[in-house]
Design a binder for this molecule. Structure first.
Ligand code: HEC
Length: 98
């Protein structure tokens, strides 16, 4: 019983220790520069090819994730190019653009 408890705790600690580390490996600003700047611009306002101004977009985090994953209009879907974690990091990043 005690052994089991220790194992569960150990696993919990490992998860806790690994989760933030794997998140910080994603450089959202760099990903944004690589994949998004051509249409949205470095500040999100460029609007090339009908791209929406990301600084005034009313979209929520979830909607942004969906938009980046599946694409919209002339914006391509990124689900085959970026991981779910990268897309989430980018959605969060676009929310910080001012
Ligand atoms: C080929 C040009 C292009 C690229 C590259 C591109 N976008 Fe877009 N993006 C668009 C267009 C066009 C729209 C508007 C789509 C529509 O008509 O609803 C848009 C819309 C969005 C929206 C929703 C804004 C809103 O209010 O409708 C988000 C968020 C977004 N893009 C994020 C990104 C991110 C993050 C990347 C990089 C991974 C990216 N885009 C790359 C063209 C692009």
């Amino acid at each position: 019983m005690l052994k089991k408890l220790i194992m569960v705790c150990g696993f919990g600690v490992a998860l806790y220790a690994c989760a933030p580390a794997s998140k910080t490996n994603i450089d959202a600003a760099k990903l944004y520069k690589t994949h998004c700047v051509i249409c949205h611009g470095i500040d999100g306002k460029l609007g090339i090819n009908g791209a929406k101004d990301l600084t005034v977009s009313p979209m929520t985090f979830k909607e942004r994730v969906n938009n980046i994953t599946n694409g919209a209009g002339t914006m391509q879907a990124f689900k085959d190019i970026l991981s779910k974690e990268e897309i989430e990091a980018l959605a969060k990043y676009t929310l910080t653009l001012k």
